[in-house]
Design a protein. Structure first.
Length: 210
């Protein structure tokens, strides 16, 4: 991600921010944090990082919102398997929404593990599109500003540390690859368990209705 952001600049920032808001498992912390570092180094402009990243996330959020609003739970379940989004991910976001009112959306947009799925839940509960856009913009803007500013603030330290990360960097990259592979396997197994449990649950509901 860092290499791509360095070479692609604003285009890479926009792409990563958009995909993360579409619930693709991409780290927004790295996206905005490292973009802030690049701004410190003079490759990017900090204000443009915040503005473009916020705009890209907002557009991606509307995509997730549309999936929840138009397709409902069935479409979310059907598309989720392709981006490793499980039912429990959406359930977690729904529980966060419960009882918190409209401010659950901007607050949720600043929380890891919940932020990407709040847009889907907003669509599922049929939140008006304009209200969704305004509240999402508040949360995204705060989140992007804080992370990019942190990256900008540690830019000098990043340069000094980066020179010492040669062999260690490759070791870390290998560990990350193994962790990502393990994460993918864990999610796929979770999908299989949910798929196996769904028919039994549907059967129980049908029997109860009879």
């Amino acid at each position: 991600m860092e290499s791509f952001l360095t070479s692609a600049g604003y285009a890479g920032l926009v792409l990563f921010a958009f995909l993360e808001a579409c619930c693709i498992p991409i780290s927004s912390e790295i996206t905005f944090g490292f973009a802030g570092v690049l701004a410190y180094e003079g490759h990017l402009n900090l204000v443009l990082v915040i503005v473009l990243g916020t705009a890209a996330e907002l557009i991606g959020s509307y995509v997730s919102y549309a999936v929840g609003r138009v397709g409902g739970r069935p479409l979310v379940d059907r598309l989720g398997r392709y981006v490793l989004v499980t039912r429990s991910d959406v359930d977690r976001a729904e529980r966060f929404f419960a009882g918190r009112g409209v401010w659950a959306l901007p607050v949720g947009r600043t929380l890891p593990f919940v932020r990407s799925f709040t847009s889907i839940v907003a669509g599922l509960v049929q939140m008006p599109p304009v209200r969704f856009g305004v509240l999402s913009l508040i949360g995204i803007l705060v989140y992007a500003t804080v992370l990019a500013s942190i990256g900008y603030g540690v830019g000098s330290a990043w340069q000094s540390v980066n020179h010492g990360l040669t062999v260690a960097g490759y070791v870390l990259a290998g560990v990350l690859v193994v962790m990502l592979a393990g994460f993918a396997v864990y999610r796929l197994r979770k999908f299989r368990r949910e798929a196996a449990a769904a028919p039994a649950k549907d059967h129980d509901v049908a029997g109860h209705n009879l």
